[in-house]
Ligand binder design. Structure first.
Ligand SMILES: C[S@@+](CC[C@H](N)C(=O)[O-])C[C@H]1O[C@@H](n2cnc3c(N)ncnc32)[C@H](O)[C@@H]1O
Length: 326
């Protein structure tokens, strides 16, 4: 089944909705998708602000068009016990007292809300702890964008991460994923020596993350530079090459700036821009700002170079002495 097409600004013709073994539906590449491709850009379907509660879900669902409602009802539903009690508290009512449709709408909301928001296509991505797609809001477009983090081969499943748990070990990640009611079997979670080794590295990243925060606090920039570089190397070695990696690079760049090393700041800043352009697109306000920062660093380096190569100011006495000698 081809993904519905209602936006010209993306490449959803490159993906199909298909059954993914043990995961229900999923999104699959029907052609090679190069790194940085904007696969989907779409506005929120439902749930627009942070203080949105279960009370608002049914109200907003009723305000959708009949087509939107039936597409919403095609999404997967799952309600964990924790979310069920949270919803009951927000509603001031027991779930069993609600209509079957109301319960279904809430279960779909629980299984698909990214933050507090539902996206029609974005909701079909399955989870992986080594995702190949990055998603983020683009306030210039008023849409959520989904970009290929690296080249994706035809036939591969497209995945995002549901959790901010990059630095967590397998058990910690599984605990966070429990609210979606599945046991992750992605390459980082399978029981293999390689996955266990990668898990140890994630535990190291967790400690390193805390260490970097402390080094920031003490403005120990030389240590930040070393630790953030180590963090970046660990991330790359476990296949995390999206925005987690660019955030580590940004910390190295910032440490270089603090240490007055403009050239290294430019080197690391350019690495940040490279990844963020691929993950967010050049129209994302963050990339526009970042590109401006890189230009400013280049200007600062040129200024420093001009000062270094300018001839020494000649004093009047040495000019006079030169004249007498000639
Ligand atoms: C946001 S939906 C994703 C689309 C869903 N697979 C469908 O059929 O509509 C989330 C649900 O997908 C399934 N899922 C997502 N990632 C998975 C994974 N890595 N392994 C197993 N199931 C997964 C779980 O049932 C989860 O509650």
């Amino acid at each position: 089944m081809a993904a519905h097409c209602d936006s010209a600004a993306d490449s959803r013709h490159l993906i199909d909705v298909k059954v993914s073994p043990e995961k229900g539906l999923g999104l699959f590449a029907n052609a090679d998708i190069p790194r940085g491709t904007r696969i989907i850009a779409e506005p929120a379907l439902l749930g627009k602000n942070a203080d949105y509660t279960a009370k608002d879900v049914m109200k907003e669902f009723r305000s959708l068009s009949p087509t939107q409602q039936s597409r919403y009802l095609e999404l997967h539903g799952y309600l964990s016990e924790d979310i069920k009690s949270q919803f009951e508290q927000e509603l001031g009512n027991k779930m069993q007292k609600l209509s079957a449709q109301h319960r279904k709408v809430l279960a779909i909301y629980a299984a698909n809300a990214n933050g507090r928001i539902i996206y029609l296509h974005g909701s079909i991505f399955n989870h992986s702890c080594i995702p190949n797609v990055h998603y983020e809001h683009n306030s210039n477009l008023g849409m959520e964008t989904f970009h290929a983090i690296h080249d994706i081969a035809a036939g591969e499943e497209l995945t995002i991460t549901y959790i901010h748990g990059t630095y967590r070990t397998r058990n910690q990640r599984q605990a966070k994923l429990a609210k979606w009611g599945f046991l992750c079997t992605c390459p980082a979670c399978v029981d293999t020596p390689a996955a266990s080794k990668a898990d140890l590295k994630r535990a190291q990243m967790f400690d390193l993350d805390k260490l970097i925060a402390a080094e920031y606090l003490f403005r120990d920039w030389e240590s930040v530079r070393k630790s953030a570089q180590k963090m970046a190397a660990l991330q790359r070695s476990v296949g995390l090459i999206g925005r987690d990696l660019s955030k580590a690079y940004a910390k190295v760049a910032w440490a270089c700036y603090q240490l007055g090393d403009r050239r290294m700041e430019l080197l690391w800043g350019t690495k940040v821009l490279d990844i963020d352009l691929f993950c967010l697109g050049p129209d994302n306000p963050h990339c526009v700002w970042l590109a401006g920062q890189v230009v400013d660093i280049v200007k600062a380096i040129r200024k420093e170079e001009a000062q270094e190569t300018a001839p020494e100011p000649t004093s009047k006495e040495s000019l006079d002495a030169a004249k007498q000698g000639s």
